[in-house]
Each structure stands twice: as C-alpha cells, then as structure tokens.
Design a protein around this ligand. Structure first.
Ligand SMILES: Nc1ncnc2c1ncn2[C@@H]1O[C@H](COP(=O)(O)OP(=O)(O)OP(=O)(O)O)[C@@H](O)[C@H]1O
Length: 270
C-alpha cells in the first residue's frame, strides 16, 4: 500500500474503497453524457472501463479527474467528499489522469518531461537554479522501482517507442508532490503493438501490486478482461455492469456493450 497523502482530510478512511463515485450525472445541453453512474475502486485493484463510442467513458473520467464538474452526484476519496470539484483538488487528493495523447514534449528529455512544469529548484527567489542531479536521481528511482528499463534518461522523448513514452507518462504521474492513489489511464495501449502492449500492461499490474488503484479505459475487450479485476460497462451514459471480470467472457462483454444489462438476462451485480 502507498502512504496516505499528507493532504488526506482528518478523519478520512484509509481502508475500503479509495474512490467512490456516487450518482454522477452530466449533460451537455440536451445530450445526457452520463446519467446517475456509481462505482468504486479499491486500493490494489485494476478497474476496466469499456463502452461503445459516445457511451460516456471520457466524460465520466473527466469528472473523476476533476476536469469536469458534475451536474449532480459526488466523488469520495478515502471516504471524504471531493469539494471543490477541481483538477487541482483531485490531484492534491491523489487522483492522476494520463490522457491518450500523454501530454509529453518530444523535444525534451525523459527527466525534463517527468518534471515538466514542476521542476525542482534551489537558490534565492528570482534566481532559481534547476536541481538537475536530484531530479535525475528521483526519476531513476521511480523508474527502477517500477521495473521500467530506460537506460538513458537524457534521451529526447521523440526517440522513444510508443510503449516507452507511455511509461514516461506513468512515471510523470508518479512524481507528484502527493503520492497518487488512483491512476486513470485513457486507452494506454491503443497505439501499441502486441509486445509493447504487454510491457505496459505488465507495468499496470505492478502498479496494482504496489497498492495503487488503476482505472483503465479500453476498447480492447480481450485485453482488458485479462488485465482488470473488475469491469465497468457503460452504454448510453449509464452503467450497465459493475462487477468482476471473471463473471464475463468476451462474448458476454460485447453483448453488454451493444445491448446493455438485458444481455445478462438478470439483474446486474451491485
Ligand atoms: N464537451 C462536450 N460538449 C458536448 N457534448 C459532449 C461533450 N463531451 C462529450 N459530449 C457528448 O457526450 C456523449 C458522451 O461522450 P464521451 O466522449 O464521454 O463518450 P466516450 O465513451 O468517451 O466515447 P469515445 O470512446 O468515442 O471517446 C456523446 O454524445 C458526446 O457527443
């Protein structure tokens, strides 16, 4: 388990779900992007999120990351309500989102990317000096801890493979002021071949085994069924399944995505 962030509210729970999403809804004009969706994630768990295009996955995750404020419902982190509902507050409370475009700068090195926008400096105010050695050491430590093999951390990111870039983005999410507790990844393997996908998925499993909660949005049904412990299936902005992946096979999962909860022929598990 990772240490509880210092910013965890007094009295907040440290066992049970690290994240509870309670009845979130969001409309854009007349489009109901997400309607009354609830789910939770435990520490040391991978939750997969699947659904057709337009099912509401991105809107839901943008609410989880604090980027989009819900019309109704709330987010609880370790039992404590997220308020105000902002990216800054969600990050301070340990929620990190890695978008599909990764947000890396090609012309900067691995270390520079990991610390981009929050560089460590020393020296008097107005005359900051970059603490390059310390940043390199911290980056190496995080990469080694996660078993990420990147020999040259001064190499420009443009020279890295898709899988390596994904790993730099994950390292970047880990080098924050507060230890993250929930990592949300949008299609982390979408642009990768089989071997590189396997490398990224192995890393996601290592994150899970270190106590992080990892939420993975994916279109790759067999892959996410093999990777995730539980699955959230969305259709038309609604939750149609939230339960163990072991209860589903690829065919049933596809049926849920296409037909909704009717595909199970019974009540979905809570
Ligand atoms: N900023 C926005 N303004 C207007 N409508 C939006 C906005 N964001 C999403 N929507 C609409 O909300 C619905 C859900 O979209 P969302 O992007 O959350 O689905 P998704 O499951 O992530 O889809 P995809 O897999 O294609 O990314 C869609 O009908 C979409 O057009």
């Amino acid at each position: 388990m990772t240490a509880a962030p210092a910013s965890l509210a007094k009295g907040a729970r440290t066992d049970g779900p690290v994240l509870e999403v309670v009845g979130l809804s969001k409309s854009y004009g007349r489009v109901r992007a997400v309607t009354d969706v609830s789910f939770d994630v435990l520490p040391g768990e991978i939750l997969g999120i699947v659904g057709d295009n337009g099912a509401g996955k991105s809107t839901l995750m943008n609410m989880v990351s604090g980027a989009v404020a819900p019309d109704s419902g709330e987010l609880r982190i370790a039992g404590d309500r997220l308020a105000p509902h902002t990216i800054g507050n969600a990050r301070a409370r340990g929620i990190e989102m890695i978008y599909q475009d990764l947000g890396l700068s090609d012309n900067l090195s691995v270390v520079e990317n990991v610390f981009l926008g929050r560089e460590w400096t020393a020296g008097p105010p107005g005359l900051p000096v970059l603490r390059k050695k310390a940043m390199r050491a911290r980056t190496r430590q995080v990469l080694e801890r996660l078993g990420i093999d990147l020999h040259d951390m001064n190499v420009l990111v443009e020279g890295l493979s898709g899988g390596q870039r994904q790993m730099v983005a994950i390292a970047r999410a880990l080098v924050t002021e507060n230890e993250p507790r929930v990592m949300v990844m949008d299609e982390p393997t979408a642009a990768l071949g089989t071997t590189e996908s396997q490398g990224v998925n192995d890393l996601i499993v290592r994150l899970r085994d270190r106590g992080y909660a990892v939420i993975v949005i994916s279109h790759r049904i067999p892959e996410v069924l093999a990777l995730a412990d539980r699955l959230l299936v969305m259709k038309g902005g609604r939750r149609v399944y939230h339960g163990p992946t072991g209860a589903l096979d690829v065919e049933r999962c596809v049926q849920l995505i296409v037909r909704g909860a009717d595909a199970l022929g019974k009540e979905e598990p809570a």
